[in-house]
Design a protein around this ligand. Structure first.
Ligand code: THU
Length: 139
């Protein structure tokens, strides 16, 4: 089993999911060659819940790394990341069609897809920059 997948599966053990019972683990390979894990962290005020992928992104960025090369997610049913997490991953992906997202369940890897397949027509920072240049707006 790939190391990144093993780390995502392992991170599920730390999930705090008393409300849904749905434990998620995530692992990112940063552009610095390091692996960053995360798990979901729920809250009695449900909307405050943090998804595993976004916890991993926060760890990576706060460690000084702003590039994602590869992603692994482990859930009970090998689900793909939710829309909010896909958008967050896209912000730091080196290139959407180069970043693979590996989806696993307890028995291991089920499928791998490019981030581009999961989030086609992504809204990315380049669009914001282009618009700012085009309109001549400045801060
Ligand atoms: N969850 C994640 O951690 N990542 C996702 O991409 C989708 C959902 C979590 C949030 C919540 O704790 C539980 O899974 C059920 O929605």
């Amino acid at each position: 089993m790939q190391e990144i997948v093993r780390h995502a599966l392992d991170a599920r053990r730390y999930a705090y999911a008393p409300y849904s019972g749905y434990a998620v683990g995530a692992c990112l390979l940063g552009g610095n060659g390091r692996l960053y894990t995360g798990c979901n962290i729920e809250n009695a005020s449900y909307g405050l819940t943090l998804c595993a992928e976004r916890v991993a992104v926060a760890k990576m960025v706060s460690d000084g790394c702003q590039e994602i090369l590869e992603v692994a997610v482990a859930t009970p049913d090998a689900a793909a990341p939710c829309g909010m997490c896909l958008q967050t991953l896209a912000e730091f992906a080196i290139e959407l069609n180069h970043v693979l997202v590996h989806c696993s369940d307890a028995s291991g890897l089920a499928r791998s897809m490019a981030l581009h397949e999961l989030l086609p027509h992504a809204f990315c920072s380049e669009k914001v920059r282009q618009n700012r240049r085009g309109s001549g707006e400045s801060e």
